[in-house]
Design a protein around this ligand. Structure first.
Ligand code: ZN
Length: 387
């Protein structure tokens, strides 16, 4: 049991000076001036500190990704400390291009391992391919029978690495995910990898127009990867759909037209997009090529979970987005869209997942997950089994 006194709380809505009473891994009370008897529990004076919900990263290649430059370019698994440094307390894992040497069984095991190490974890069934490979034989069965499965993805569209599903094939994937979601009480979201292809979001628009499946069943990601797709994303979101930005990047990508997330968030808001329709994810542990000035591949970089907060912070500090607004893309929005109960909000009854920020710099100073400190006073306190 712990009482945090006098934090400047964002639930993510601004709540002002607040006390937070934590017990049994939950937030018991979140309100001003909580008094407890002397010696009742540890009391931490946290004036001058901003407290926000633990971040949700909804698209992480937690078992590694990549491999698109051959076997030597397969990226390594996520380390617990990377998540802690990024303030990420809830992760949704996914496979990527490779569904042969990476397996869903391995992804499920990794998600369970990270949960044993203190994080909250979920996974998407399937990978880039249609027909979708699953663990138990179908998307519906995975959703109904495996607690950690919350949807399907990342299914690739408009990309040279996509299996080029037809309209009917893709509609069937979405239908199965929707049915499995309804029956299991989960989101059943279809996480869609968007490539650079000229078809953009056209298949999703057709599905929305020609089937009964609502636009909210889909969460297209990498929406900031080029200006054209970004423009389509604005129209999709204004039409009621959700869009997911990818925060990991390299200077080469930005030079080629990728929209920096922080500036992109500002642009979407200015274009009239409802903030509730936007999420950020890191694409963590995916591979990113790093080119020299002549365009030659120097080496492969790895997408980082830590990029998530960097872009939210930049949106506040560089692009003038209010902290309470920017926070939503990594807290309450993904919690609502992915139906992650107890996540993404600092309210009584929620899981005790929170991040403490320096009030001046917005640097991450403390991380708590399930009521346990993973970082305190800027020091990482927990390590994975092999770190
Ligand atoms: Zn992807």
């Amino acid at each position: 049991m712990l009482l945090l006194k006098n934090v400047d709380a964002y639930t993510p809505a601004p709540a002002g000076r607040t006390d937070i009473l934590i017990a049994g891994g939950r937030l018991v009370r979140v309100e001003a001036d909580i008094r407890v008897p002397e010696g009742f529990c540890e009391v931490v004076e946290a004036g001058g500190v901003i407290a926000v919900p633990g971040f949700i990263d909804g698209h992480v290649h937690m078992t590694g990704g990549g491999g698109e430059g051959g076997y030597a370019t397969r990226t390594p698994e996520l380390l617990l400390s990377d998540a802690i440094k990024g303030g990420v307390t809830t992760i949704v894992g996914c496979l990527g291009t490779d569904g042969v040497t990476r397996s869903l069984e391995g992804l499920l095991a990794k998600a369970r391992g990270l949960a044993d190490e203190g994080l909250s974890t979920f996974i998407y069934t399937g990978h880039y391919s249609v027909p979708v490979q699953t663990i138990t034989g179908s998307i519906e069965r995975d959703l109904l029978l495996i607690d950690k499965v919350i949807g399907v993805g990342e299914v690739a569209l408009s990309d040279h690495r996509s299996t080029q599903p037809t309209f009917d094939e893709f509609a069937r994937v979405a239908a199965q995910s929707r049915r499995g979601g309804i029956l299991s009480g989960k989101a059943g979201v279809v996480n869609v990898h968007m490539g650079d292809g000229l078809r953009g979001l056209s298949l999703l628009r057709r599905l929305a127009a020609e089937t009964e499946i609502p636009v909210t069943q889909f969460l297209p990601t990498h929406i900031n990867r080029n200006p054209t797709l970004f423009g389509e994303g604005i129209a999709w979101a204004k039409g009621g759909g959700f869009v997911d930005f990818t925060t990991s990047t390299v200077p080469q990508f930005l030079a080629e037209g990728e929209v920096k997330c922080s500036a992109g968030l500002r642009r979407m808001l200015d274009a009239g997009v409802d903030i509730g329709h936007i999420t950020f994810t890191s694409d963590g542990q995916g591979s990113m090529p790093d080119f020299d000035a002549q365009g030659r591949l120097k080496r492969l970089d790895i997408a980082r979970v830590t990029s998530l907060w960097v872009e939210v912070r930049d949106a506040v500090q560089q692009d003038g987005v209010a902290l309470a607004t920017a926070l939503r893309v990594v807290t309450s929005n993904p919690a609502r869209i992915l139906k992650l109960t107890g996540k993404g909000q600092l309210v009584a009854g929620a899981d005790a997942d929170l991040v403490l920020l320096d009030a001046d710099t917005l640097a991450i100073r403390g991380v708590m997950a399930g009521g346990a400190w993973l970082m305190r006073d800027g020091h990482v306190l927990a390590a994975g089994t092999f770190e």
